[in-house]
Design a protein around this ligand. Structure first.
Ligand code: IYR
Length: 221
């Protein structure tokens, strides 16, 4: 006897004209998304962050294991601790750990070891990947953890942009200090850090462009 339970799929079918128009609106809206490094410290309500994180948590995942934990930090002392630890690692990265090609690639972006957004932004989200589950009954495996958490992160970035806020994917490296500061168990590893908020009034973004359709899509019709 197969042991699965399926339910009818609830689906509001739309006509193709509507689908086309929606896809164009979405494309144009997302084309305006930028990674922003200058944040206003204006408060953002906890409910907004909850909505954003639960959107991310609706992502598909290997065997529906949902192998993620989202830490949402507005506490200034914790943000300060994260900034100090991240800047310590970044300083080392920019002064020896990254090779010249990497440093040259970052020149147009204009980044350096200083990370003021870690204390300026009203919220910092740290996504942890759960390599396995562990409770009093022992360990259980998860599947395609990197893919699953990557998809959830992408959905979070989309949700942040769609609701009118900005973010940045920040990966201080190594980022073990986040496990310590946020007191995470051994089965969770830091995956990505995202400050969330409004941009600073004088925010700027690098003058960079995206690849053309012909460069990123190969059609097989
Ligand atoms: N993690 C560093 C360096 C950095 C690396 C890449 I690849 C970027 O696209 C941007 C920055 C930092 O956050 O500054």
């Amino acid at each position: 006897m197969e042991n699965y339970n399926h339910l009818p799929f609830i689906f509001a079918r739309k006509k193709q004209e509507y689908v086309l128009e929606s896809s164009e609106i979405n494309r144009a809206k997302l084309a305006n998304r930028r990674s922003v490094r200058h944040f206003s410290s204006e408060n953002i309500s906890k409910k907004i962050i909850e909505n954003l994180l639960m959107t991310a948590a609706s992502a598909p995942s290997g065997a529906n294991k949902q192998p993620w934990t989202f830490c949402a930090i507005s506490n200034s002392d914790i943000k300060q601790k994260i900034r100090i630890a991240a800047e310590e690692e970044e300083y080392k990265s920019y002064h020896g750990r990254m090779n010249q090609e990497w440093l040259d690639d970052l020149k147009p972006i204009g980044t350096n070891w200083q990370k003021p957004f870690l204390t300026d932004a009203p919220w910092i989200i740290v996504i942890f990947r759960k390599n396995y589950e562990e409770d009093e009954n022992g360990k259980k495996q998860n599947y395609y953890v990197n893919e699953s958490v990557g998809i959830a992160a992408g959905m979070l970035i989309n949700a942040i942009h769609n609701c009118g806020l900005v973010t940045l994917t920040h990966t201080p490296s190594p980022m073990n200090f986040l496990s310590k500061i946020l007191n995470r168990p051994g089965n969770e590893k830091p995956y990505l850090l995202l400050p969330v908020g409004y941009p600073a009034e004088n925010a700027t973004v690098p003058d960079i462009s995206r690849k053309l359709e012909s460069e990123v899509i190969k059609w097989f019709e």
